[in-house]
Design a protein around this ligand. Structure first.
Ligand code: TRP
Ligand code: SF4
Length: 326
């Protein structure tokens, strides 16, 4: 029997290369080996975006079209929207009752977000419970493994301790303890060399238009010591060159020596990189535009996913309710 995994993504914006290499490429290969549940975590998105929720609905369809465009398949994996499977909230409620408050208050991601996110008020009851809902997401499907980046490890630890607490309280092991499947490329470099992130504005969208890719690449910083074409460049100090390694490997060495010998200018160097990026993303962009022309296909996949997810969720929840006598 295949091992079961579950992972989720919050629909808080358009997806970019960081999502592609940090999660989606990984999901894509996992779906060949595991029984996969891939979830749009819209309740989790609402926890931080509750003051302007309108975009969430749009992002759901947009993000799922990106998932499908990059090769996640509704045939191989169960693709669904969290809020369409109400059992998540029931299990969330039950876990809320047994989760120690201190565990949530001490959670490093919670403290960090409270400190760092300034334009939203996150000092709410719901937001404190964010990892409890995530535990419900995972344990509702008795997932054995959860592909996540390092930033999510505290939530997985919390999930495991909720599972243990439940088992100790009610003397039955319904859930097991899920393992983290650490995603390697968690820090995909942005256009400025920092981690690619929407909030840094240093990203390239998975379905970004070619002219916008050209513009963004042209605005990348290069070797600061290179002012005129005749100044020899230092490709090792230039993020454009790092991107060559990622997207145009066959040209990397040629660019490196041309840059050092002042034989190529930064504008031309970036133009060629952007071209390579456009070419790399083109098949996904085409598939996505195709999907968005007739959204019925997307809705059908989500409806099918909902059905399968709900069947699995209902089974677990009835075991839980029977055990606690509710
Ligand atoms: N908290 C996760 C994130 O921000 C999203 C998420 C919600 C998730 N539920 C999940 C991830 C369950 C893995 C498993 O990335
Ligand atoms: Fe960077 Fe290319 Fe300019 Fe060299 S030529 S500094 S690698 S952008």
């Amino acid at each position: 029997m295949k091992k079961r995994i579950l992972s989720g993504m919050r629909p808080t914006g358009k997806l970019h290369l960081g999502h592609l290499f940090g999660a989606l490429e990984n999901w894509k290969s996992l779906q060949e080996e595991y029984e996969c549940f891939f979830m749009v975590a819209d309740w989790h998105a609402l926890m931080s975006e509750y003051a302007s929720p309108a975009a969430i609905q749009e992002n759901i369809i947009d993000n799922v079209s990106d998932w499908l465009a990059c090769g996640i398949s509704g045939q191989k994996a169960v693709i669904f929207v969290q809020s369409q499977v109400p059992q998540h909230l029931e299990l969330f409620m039950i876990f809320s009752i047994i989760t120690p408050l201190g565990l949530l208050e001490r959670c490093p991601t919670y403290k960090e977000q409270l400190r760092e996110i300034e334009n939203r008020d996150l000092s709410t009851y719901g937001f404190l419970g964010y990892p409890v809902l995530q535990a419900a997401d995972i344990l509702l499907y008795k997932a054995q493994a959860v592909p996540v980046g390092v930033d999510q490890l505290p939530h997985l630890e919390l999930t495991r301790s909720i599972a243990r607490k439940f088992k100790n309280l009610y003397k039955k092991d319904i859930f097991g303890e899920p393992q983290a499947l650490l995603t390697q490329a968690n820090r995909f470099p942005g256009l400025d060399g920092r981690k690619m992130s929407k909030s840094y504005g240093n990203y390239i969208g998975i379905s970004e238009a070619p002219d916008s890719i050209q513009k963004k690449v042209q605005s990348m910083f290069t070797d600061p010591a290179r002012i005129k074409l005749s100044d020899p460049g230092h490709p090792d100090k230039c993020n454009v060159h790092a991107y060559y390694a990622l997207f145009y490997g066959s040209k990397k060495e040629e660019i490196e020596s041309a840059c050092r010998a002042s034989k190529i200018g930064c504008t031309e160097c970036k133009r060629q990189l952007a071209e390579a990026l456009v070419k790399f993303l083109e098949p996904m962009r085409e598939k996505k535009l195709e999907l968005l022309k007739d959204k019925k296909k997307i809705y059908d996949i989500l409806a099918q996913g909902q059905k399968k997810a709900q069947a699995a969720a209902a089974k677990t929840l009835s075991e839980v309710k029977e055990l606690i006598g509710i």
